[in-house]
Ligand binder design. Structure first.
Ligand code: 3NM
Ligand code: MG
Length: 534
């Protein structure tokens, strides 16, 4: 029976004043069933055994009408008395093997796990599914052991995937802080990435308490969650195996032709580029955005993002001068853009340099989805570490200027494609050759000019440029980003060649002019990019 269980929207009940309040639990669960929850766990830490059995029997009647399994938290005796479909046990409860002996092979037994070791033991003892948590801090359960975030859950999924056999077939749900604003992103990100083409192990469902039991309208809340789970998120796309594109003329021609269209789209749509950026580059970034045809707004206050995210633009989160307050603002804005599906560019400036920045980066990666992450080699290596990769090189970043390359081109391509595959987004590593990947297609781009390395904010304003391209050409984010890079770097080449440009100082205004001219010419059909992408 446990094989056929639908774990996708797993309701865990709560009878406390803080969440259920004065409402009737049986009534709330009935509404949730009408809304579409697929499995119910009766979790009640305080009622006496007699009451537990009485309430569980009523819940079981309601669940049976919807053909939904009812599990009891912790209490195998109650499950036996009620004759419901199974139990869920925590690490401090009866262990899975003992519960199995009492309940028999046909009942569903789930276990709470927070680590690979706990997962290994629960599978060995015969758990049908694992409740993995705590995903995010939650008011519902205050004594949770550990907040493990998306990356912690992904590590457990990868372990189960690689262990194979029974481990791979064990179902999984995540728990802790799941709600309508984050459920699509969580499901999108929770899978065990692999380089082979076989299907990776993915999360089978999300478990929620307050998002349903604490909702004003539990039926509507469940129906909304069920619909979000069924439909793909606004930023979703399919994920195929990685390959490394050497050089393919057809591909490059088609890339260049898309680049022209994307540039024209930036001009015709003039998308909002919402920059939450550092103190150093605010003015330059706004000028670059205007020059390429976008509409910049420099707004670092997170509350504003709710409104701004609805204007069809994109957000740049540039953590160049990160502060605790800034981090809170980023998180608010990221949540707002993730909710509307508006693209976000993450620029983790100096990410590896200090523990504050490393921590900020891992917080951001754990709480939001970024359509594009861009950085220099060391920044992207910091992203890789924050995303759960183990890299051999332990050297820490010294400053925002990346210095000599640590990795070969092949290694860089491998790294960006693996991060992109894991994060299911686009990752760009800038350098003398920029390497960009969406985990499937990987390109190296050879354009640009050394002056870009001699002025401040060239990386940051590339981020601004890319945000406008993602907003204007959302149908293919990788190609949109390639178009943005070409626009930016070819303008730099043109500027550097001008007679009036004598060095980095005169380069800046010429560069802004060329950003403007290149975009305008494409718009008028007078200009096509050279075949410099390879
Ligand atoms: N178990 P909400 S977190 C019941 O981490 C429970 O094992 C957790 O509540 C764990 O959906 C949790 O309201 C509460 O955040 C989840
Ligand atoms: Mg328990």
């Amino acid at each position: 029976m446990s094989d056929q269980v639908d774990y996708s929207l797993y309701l865990v009940t709560d009878s406390t004043d803080a969440i259920l309040g004065s409402r009737d639990l049986v009534d709330v669960v009935e509404k949730a069933l009408q809304g579409g929850v697929t499995i119910v766990q009766y979790r009640d830490k305080t009622s006496d055994t007699g009451d537990l059995i009485a309430i569980a029997k009523k819940l079981h009647e309601k669940c049976k009408l919807h053909n939904v399994p009812l599990l009891i938290n912790d209490r195998v005796d109650v499950a036996l008395a009620v004759g419901c479909e199974g139990v869920h046990v925590g690490q401090d409860d009866m262990n899975v093997a003992e519960a199995r002996r009492l309940l028999g092979e046909d009942k569903i037994i789930g276990a709470t796990v927070s680590s690979i070791e706990e997962a290994r033991v629960a599978v060995e003892r015969g758990a049908d599914y694992l409740g993995i948590g705590t995903l995010y801090a939650t008011q519902t359960k205050k004594n949770t052991k550990e907040i493990i975030g998306v990356n912690g859950i992904r590590k457990i999924l990868s372990y189960l995937d690689e262990a194979g056999g029974k481990s791979k077939n064990t179902k999984t749900v995540c728990i802790g802080g799941v709600n309508a604003s984050n459920v699509q992103r969580i499901i999108h990100q929770l899978y065990a990435p692999r380089s082979s083409s076989s299907k990776p192990k993915a999360i089978d469902g999300v478990a929620v308490v307050s998002a349903i039991v604490g909702a004003n309208n539990p039926k509507q809340a469940s129906a909304h969650l069920a619909q979000l789970i069924r439909s793909s998120p606004p930023f979703s796309r399919s994920s195929d195996p990685v390959f490394w594109l050497e050089k393919n003329e057809d591909e490059i021609n088609s890339l260049v032709s898309t680049a022209n269209k994307a540039t024209a789209a930036v001009h015709s749509k003039s998308p909002l580029s919402h920059n939450m950026t550092n103190l150093v580059v605010q003015n330059f970034a706004a000028n670059v955005a205007l020059a390429i045809g976008a509409s910049p707004i420099m707004a670092n206050y997170g509350e504003e993002a709710q409104d701004l995210s609805r204007l069809g633009g994109a957000l740049v989160v540039n953590m160049g001068t990160v502060t605790p307050e800034g981090l809170l603002n980023y998180k608010k804005a990221i949540a707002a853009y993730n909710a509307t599906g508006g693209p976000i560019v993450l620029d983790p400036v100096g990410a590896g340099a200090t523990s504050v920045r490393r921590d900020a980066l891992s917080q951001l990666l754990g709480t939001g989805y970024f359509d594009l992450i861009k950085g220099n080699e060391r920044e992207i290596m910091a992203v890789a570490r924050a995303s759960g990769f183990t890299l051999d090189d332990s050297s820490q970043q010294r400053g925002v200027d990346s210095g000599d390359s640590l990795l070969s081109l092949e290694q860089r391509a491998y790294l960006v494609s693996r991060i992109a595959l894991r994060e299911r987004n686009v990752v760009l590593m800038t350098g003398a050759r920029d390497v960009i990947s969406d985990g499937v297609r990987t390109y190296a781009i050879n354009n640009g000019h050394a002056y870009l390395g001699k002025i401040t904010g060239s990386g940051c304003t590339l981020g601004t440029t890319l945000s406008a391209y993602l907003a204007a050409w959302p149908q293919d984010k990788l190609r949109a980003a390639v178009a943005g890079i070409l626009h930016y770097e070819i303008a730099a080449e043109h500027a550097a060649k001008r007679e009036d440009v004598k060095g980095p100082g005169t380069f800046v205004p010429a560069f802004i002019d060329e950003l403007f001219t290149v975009g305008e010419s494409v718009d008028e059909g007078k200009y096509t990019w050279g075949n410099d992408a390879n």
